[in-house]
Design a protein around this ligand. Sequence first.
Ligand SMILES: Nc1nc2c(ncn2[C@@H]2O[C@H](COP(=O)(O)OP(=O)(O)OP(=O)(O)O)[C@@H](O)[C@H]2O)c(=O)[nH]1
Ligand SMILES: [Zn+2]
Length: 385
Amino acid sequence: MRQAERAIFDLRRGLPILLRDAGRNVLIQAVEGLNDDTLAAAQALAGSAARLVLSRHRMAALGQTVDGDAQELAFESLPACQGLRELAWTRGVRLPAQCTAKPAERCEDAAVRLLARAQLVPAAIVCPVSPAQAAAVAAEVASGMLLAVDADEALRLCHSGSGQLTRVSEARVPLSEADDSRFILFREADGMHEHVAILIGERARWPEAVPVRLHSSCLTGDLFGSLRCDCGEQLRRGVAAIRAQGGGVLLYLTQEGRGIGLANKLRAYGLQDEGLDTIDADQVIGFSKDERNFRVAHEMLEQLDVSRVLLLTNNPGKVEALQRAGINVVARQAIYGEVTAQNQRYLHTKANRHGHWLHDLLNEQDEPASAEPERLPAPGAAGGA
Ligand SMILES: Nc1nc2c(ncn2[C@@H]2O[C@H](COP(=O)(O)OP(=O)(O)OP(=O)(O)O)[C@@H](O)[C@H]2O)c(=O)[nH]1
Ligand SMILES: [Zn+2]
């Protein structure tokens, strides 16, 4: 994994990397952060004209349905950087007529996935290395100036995550909603992502089905009380609800913006201000409606030896993800924030397009019966849904 993990840092710094697959060598670079000079430098080093690779979500936003997860676009004459940026994440843009599209090969597919994992806009320029430039590129790799990564390794990292959490440090941190809390920090093998387990109350007194909340980070909501979402209230109410039930675990997961990162979440907010809902806004930037997976949550619960849980969530995806991983989710309890003028559109989108169990909160009598949550067999303590 190591080269692929290093590649994420280079891509985030705006540097090119080399992807290799079965004798193919392709130079790739993020469109984000590209300028006309760095674009020219990449084309000169590779000895070929750059193409653009976009995710299928971005292609859908451009009005194209495509096979496969990414699409490579070749141009008769390549747009300048500004044009590439518009093709990558601006609303209302059309593909130029003289541009041809084909399903991405492995290196190109890996490029887009690495960028998404790096929480950059998943749009890359790709320049296949020409035979004439092969020696020059090899020299850059040998000197350490250019990082070379096998496409296979990159795809493995993107599909499975780096996993292998290390329990790094811990301390008692009394919280206003639960003064007997303990923070335990876990670090992923990539060295980049850290997640915190907050153990609330005395373990010996925890209910047999341990109250657990998986909370994805939201800087704007959790820290600043943003009115655009319900995260901050869910976080504090989550801690209080776990405390009230005798204690349990809150996993604070570094998954800002449903996994797209803060930079992209702010881009998406801009698009929402232009009228898009939260899902369509993410799609314009090239992402699916939820880029998270909950493998790290499962791994943290395993390391904490928690296998039977009462899950505090309105998100059916979290219940399914934990159950699939072998955690026994014996019950689910709703956890609501306040509905406000500013967040109600967001909450309605979650209910209607993400399938969140929020209809009780939003009081939508006209919802079809099939939208009713399928209740898990709830223990006596787990009301509130
Ligand atoms: N991309 C994007 N992410 C958002 C937006 N608003 C909030 N988020 C993120 O959405 C995530 C909310 O996560 P959670 O609190 O786990 O909530 P959830 O998946 O709705 O599920 P429950 O709260 O458990 O019902 C956080 O990572 C927020 O940063 C938005 O408009 N766009
Ligand atoms: Zn939020």
